[in-house]
Design a binder for this molecule. Structure first.
Ligand code: ATP
Ligand code: MG
Length: 806
């Protein structure tokens, strides 16, 4: 090897070196966290390029998150002076998007097709259900959305599905109508990106031959999390290796499989080994990431899982510091503690960006965010509160999308009366009926609505048309600025009481666009080309400097993509990366799922509480519990130097107060690796708690830990109604079996009234009972009490005369 390539290979251990320089062929690396899988994958790409075995265009590398893809590109350009644009490095969705943009005609898509994010998709499905006049209680929109996504992930179109029952039949017809609607509007959802690409490859021999010849090396990171369709998709691009000569390298870790709930199949590893005739699985056993206590904890935890392929991990690094464990009285106290620790570390010289805060559920981030904000600590949230999903940003994007495609009904409906312009629900319904009966888009049907309302609708369409005219030839930044003003959004938020923050977010959208344009190589002065006009004529009319940078041709097909279309795509695909803040020194907040593959010097894992982590939906069967444990394994193994774990006695979540037990996962960590910052609570293993756990396992007892929220200021906003976490909220059923008094240990939190959850009380009329929930404060304080045969009652504490019995 040349001097340069040996520099590349320096420092690799013998197993890694062998993997990096392995001859072409099917290879599978199966190895634990932090053993250098991603590093091997990236170095192999660099080595192949540098030794001239492949050109950038011959490489395809698939990762799971945008952040990981970006990281890989950064690492590659650091290793080699190459133009990474030509390489297909990205997420499955990102690569599919690229493929479909290049082949939009064959794919039957408009060139400027838009991508529906999860929110859009749900509202689109709701519209279909409404159009079919189905009962939303029966054909539940969210469930139906899952039905459609699952079908697509199994590669099934409506014609391939035989409904099992009445509900299945109804859902199937929603799927059918939803597909028509998407086609009409020129939009695709995430699963469609994958399936459409797959089908195109399957059905077009020439295309297939082209790509199978083109990609000499396909490399897949986090292979354990691929689902059925993704695996089939890969096989489509690689072809049968003995025929195409394509070399495939898959790397993964069965202990980090955390997407089984979304249909990922660890079994793909075994299938890959067999179908690709992998000569021998490569193992890496040295962990380079974490200190001993961290690694020991991860190993001890995961040893509790039964279905494992079995791997070992060791480290040469010292033991390092023990894990710091903290029990907080509430989620507020937890956040405050975390902020204090983070600031202390920062004073000691740690960069904020080397501090990560991980949580199981997005909803947990709010309290932490506000504590960081109040303390003036910079932070950045990945996923969850996605920037591009904020209402005001979505409104602005909807106008932008209508400029690109007036027939985008989802966007039309979002802003037709926002800001308010006198178009009521009744009018919209009339319009939708008219559109449906003529199979045209909403914009095309406005003339069908009579009278004043019809005139209002026409005025709206005219307004969008005017924006389209006015922004022709402008740079992306100016387009957005114009639209924010001309749509009335800016004025609306200027007059709104809490509009300031929203205005700032709209300004941030401009920043994000600017950053995007620069990063994508459009150049700051890039202008959006109207897609319906041939490129030549437009370009001729522009100053040369502008014409040169105005569009981004696809590296392969030369197809033109305007910055606006590219940006709108980016907004839909990008999971909440706030471009403008990238690179800033800020504490990193994200879910454990989003942290996969990443590493930080200091990690906080918060909310180690039963029903939160492990998640309540997972506690009924062993398989999902094992998946939760793998998730915890992923969380622990993100830390290089220092790991903090915390849990709370009470927490407000989705507007409900929860009284929590600490997570069983804490009990699975080796005592000698832990340092308790708060007195260690003996509770978990004792009789009552154990009984309680069993109640959990059998599906009872849930309600006893959940109370309805009494603090509306915490309940609403971004977290309202999200995720299934509160799905089994307070309801009679949850309490039916609850005959025995609750152990008082679970009610560590005593309310100011002196009562606590689990306490036995006496009431003049209803007799003896057990307190299930405490809510509100002062004169507002309420309790929920289970009075046995008198049932469960809510009482106003200031009125009801309750006496404690102990
Ligand atoms: P995960 O399963 O979490 O994705 P991984 O197996 O992909 O982990 P990497 O992220 O590639 O692991 O590597 C973990 C850390 O160890 C990185 O910081 C990497 O640079 C470092 N590392 C890997 N191999 C070596 C080596 N031979 N010498 C020094 N550091 C290494
Ligand atoms: Mg990795």
């Amino acid at each position: 090897p040349s001097a340069a390539s040996s520099a590349l290979l320096k420092g690799l251990n013998p197993e890694q070196l062998a993997a990096v320089t392995a001859p072409p062929g099917p290879w599978l690396i199966l190895a634990g966290a932090g053993s250098g899988k991603t590093r091997v994958l990236t170095t192999r790409i660099a080595w192949l390029l540098q030794t001239g075995q492949v050109s950038p265009a011959g490489v395809m590398a698939v990762t799971f998150t945008n952040k990981a893809a970006k990281e890989m590109l950064t690492r590659l350009s650091a290793m080699l002076p190459i133009n990474t644009r030509g390489m297909w490095i990205g997420t499955f969705h990102g690569l599919c998007n690229r493929f479909l943009r290049a082949h939009y005609k064959v794919a039957g898509l408009p060139q400027a097709f838009q991508i529906l994010d999860t929110q859009d998709q749900l509202s689109a499905v709701k519209r279909v259900i409404k159009g079919l006049k189905y009962d939303e209680e029966k054909v539940i929109p969210k469930q139906t959305t899952w039905f459609i996504a699952n079908a697509k992930e199994d590669g099934l179109r409506p014609k391939d599905i035989v409904p099992r029952d009445e509900l299945g039949r109804l859902q199937l017809s929603v799927y059918e109508a939803y597909e028509d609607q998407c086609t009409r509007e020129g939009v695709v959802d995430f699963a469609e990106l994958m399936l459409r690409t797959y089908e195109l490859m399957r059905d077009h021999a020439e295309l297939r031959a082209h790509y199978q010849r083109r990609f000499r090396h396909i490399l897949v990171d986090e292979f354990q999390d691929t689902n059925k369709l993704q695996y089939a998709w890969l096989k489509m691009f690689s072809g049968r290796p003995e025929e195409t000569g394509t070399s495939v390298l898959a790397v993964g870790d069965d202990d980090q499989s955390i997407y089984a709930f979304r249909g990922a199949q660890v079994g793909n590893m075994a299938d890959f080994e067999r179908e690709f005739k992998v000569p021998g699985v490569i193992k890496l056993e040295q962990n380079y990431r974490s200190f001993g206590h961290i690694l020991d904890s991860a190993n001890a935890l995961i040893a509790n899982n039964s279905r494992r392929l079995g791997k070992t991990l060791r480290t040469d690094a010292g033991a390092g510091e023990p894990l710091r464990i903290y029990e907080a009285s509430s989620d507020y106290a937890e956040a405050q503690w975390l902020v204090d620790e983070a600031r202390q570390m920062h004073r000691e010289g740690q960069a904020f960006k080397e501090i990560a805060v991980l949580y199981r559920s997005n909803a947990q981030s709010r309290v932490i965010e506000s504590a960081l904000f109040n303390a003036g600590v910079p932070y950045k949230v990945y996923g969850g509160l996605r920037f591009f999903e904020r209402a005001e940003v979505k409104h602005a994007l909807a106008y932008l999308r209508l400029i690109e495609n007036p027939n985008d009904d989802t966007s039309f409906l979002r802003v037709v009366n926002f800001p308010a312009r006198g178009i009521g629900a009744r009018t919209v319904e009339l319009l939708q009926d008219a559109a449906r009966s003529s199979a045209r888009s909403l914009a095309q049907s406005v003339t069908a609505v009579p009278g004043k309302s019809g005139a209002n609708l026409q005025a709206f369409v005219a307004k969008v048309d005017a924006m389209r005219e006015a922004t022709r030839g402008l740079t992306l930044r100016h387009i957005i600025e114009h639209v924010v003003e001309a749509s009335g959004l800016a004025d609306f938020y200027r007059t709104e009481k809490e509009g300031q923050e929203r205005l700032e977010n709209l300004a941030e959208l401009v920043n994000a666009a600017e950053a995007f344009v620069t990063q994508e190589g459009f150049g700051k002065d890039a202008v959006a080309l109207p897609v319906d006009e041939p490129v030549g004529t437009i370009a001729q009319g522009l100053p040369a400097a502008v014409a040169r940078v105005d569009t981004l041709p696809d590296a392969e097909t030369g197809e033109i993509i305007s910055p606006l279309v590219a940006f709108l795509t980016h907004a839909a695909l990008e999971a909440g990366d706030n471009q403008a803040q990238a690179g800033q020194d800020a504490v990193q907040l994200m879910t454990v799922h989003a942290a996969k593959g990443l590493e930080f010097d200091n990690v906080f894992i918060t909310g180690l509480e039963e029903a939160l982590f492990p998640h309540e939906n997972s506690m009924k069967d062993g398989d999902s519990l094992e998946e939760e444990r793998r998730l915890m394994y992923v969380a622990i193994t993100r830390a290089r130097k220092r790991l903090h774990i915390s849990f709370c006695q009470t927490r407000m979540l989705h507007g409900q107060t929860r009284y929590n037990l600490k997570s069983r996962f804490l009990e699975e960590l080796p005592e000698e690796s832990l340092k308790w910052l708060t007195p260690r609570n003996q509770g978990f293993g004792s009789g009552y708690a154990r009984q309680y756990q069993e109640a959990w396992a059998s599906g009872r007892g849930l309600g006893s830990m959940v109370g309805a929220g009494a603090q509306p200021w915490r309940g609403g906003g971004a977290n309202a109604g999200s995720s299934g976490y509160a799905g089994k909220a307070r309801g009679e059923d949850d309490f039916k079996d609850l005959t025995a008094p609750l152990p008082s240990r679970m009610a560590q939190a005593k309310s100011e009234s002196g009562f606590k959850v689990g306490q036995s009380v006496f009431h003049g009329k209803f007799g003896e009972g057990v307190i299930l929930t405490l809510e509100g404060q002062g004169p507002d304080a309420r309790v929920q009490v289970n009075f046995g045969r008198h049932g469960t009652k809510w009482l106003m504490l200031s009125v009801a005369k309750l006496t404690p019995i102990e």
